[in-house]
Design a protein around this ligand. Structure first.
Ligand code: UDP
Length: 239
């Protein structure tokens, strides 16, 4: 069975907004539990998995900058939001008996371990789900870029981007019913067409490191495991 698995080691990028469910802010524990369940299912397939979690459900640095505040401070606030989300996801995973660990790009040793590549690889080799918090640890970046960066550092065979819809479209399908859905694209096409699936830096980093990006719906229960088993709906971005 495991011989049919498409990728043996993956990194999942989950946006903070995915965790808030229909609340409009913060964390809906039922949604966090559901996503943790999908991660647990993939783990049971024998796939090594690490996760980069966003923070948009709590804070985005640009919102401070757009009101005349200091962008760097705003981004620090945003990165702290990702730590809150990472702790929520770890809690959900631990509740279902999946061993997991949070590694933060910004040191806060009383709360979680600090990120080093060596530590992350050791946890992964020990069978734990590694959750990366704090994005890249730098302002002016996003957790999408952190996703591509950590995927490269972890030697992931693919970067899974969980989104609101089942792949990449030419326009937002929730607003434009004529939007075209793509089955397969190259990194260069995503960049040239200006498709708003991940930011440019993230796509460029994935392209440089020959890491495919698999875009799928994070809200579709069981879809993550289905795609890894060879079915399911997604758009694959690959060279
Ligand atoms: N952020 C940052 N550097 C990073 C990653 C994130 O400064 O490497 C900050 C930034 O302010 C961003 C916020 O954290 O708006 C939340 O991250 P992001 O917007 O990527 O979250 P998502 O959209 O995935 O929920």
């Amino acid at each position: 069975m495991t011989s049919e698995i498409r990728y043996r080691r993956v990194l999942l990028k989950v946006s903070g907004e995915a965790l808030m469910g229909s609340q409009g802010f913060g964390i809906d524990v039922a949604v966090a539990d559901r996503i943790a369940g999908d991660i647990a299912e993939v783990r049971r397939l024998g796939v090594e998995i690490s996760v980069v979690i966003g923070g948009g459900n709590i804070f985005r640095g640009v919102s401070v900058a757009s009101k005349g505040g200091d962008r760097v401070t705003g981004d620090h606030m945003g990165m702290l939001g990702t730590v809150i989300n990472a702790l929520a996801l770890r809690t959900s995973l631990n509740k279902m008996g999946v061993e997991s660990v949070v590694l933060s790009a910004i040191a806060m040793p009383e709360i979680c371990e600090s990120f080093t590549q060596r530590k992350a690889l050791a946890h992964q080799a020990a069978g734990r789900v590694v959750i990366f918090a704090g994005g890249t640890g730098n302002p002016f970046f996003t957790t999408d870029s952190a996703g591509a960066l950590r995927a490269a550092e972890m030697g992931a065979a693919a970067l899974f981007k969980g989104t609101q819809v089942d792949g990449i479209y030419s326009a937002d399908p929730k607003k434009d019913p004529t939007a075209e859905r793509f089955e397969r694209l190259t990194h260069a096409e995503v960049l040239h067409k200006g498709l708003a699936v991940m930011d440019v830096a993230a796509v460029a980093l994935a392209r440089e490191n020959h890491i495919p990006i698999v875009v799928f719906s994070i809200h579709e229960k069981g879809e993550f495991a289905k795609i890894l088993s060879g079915s399911g709906r997604s758009t694959i971005v690959a060279d």
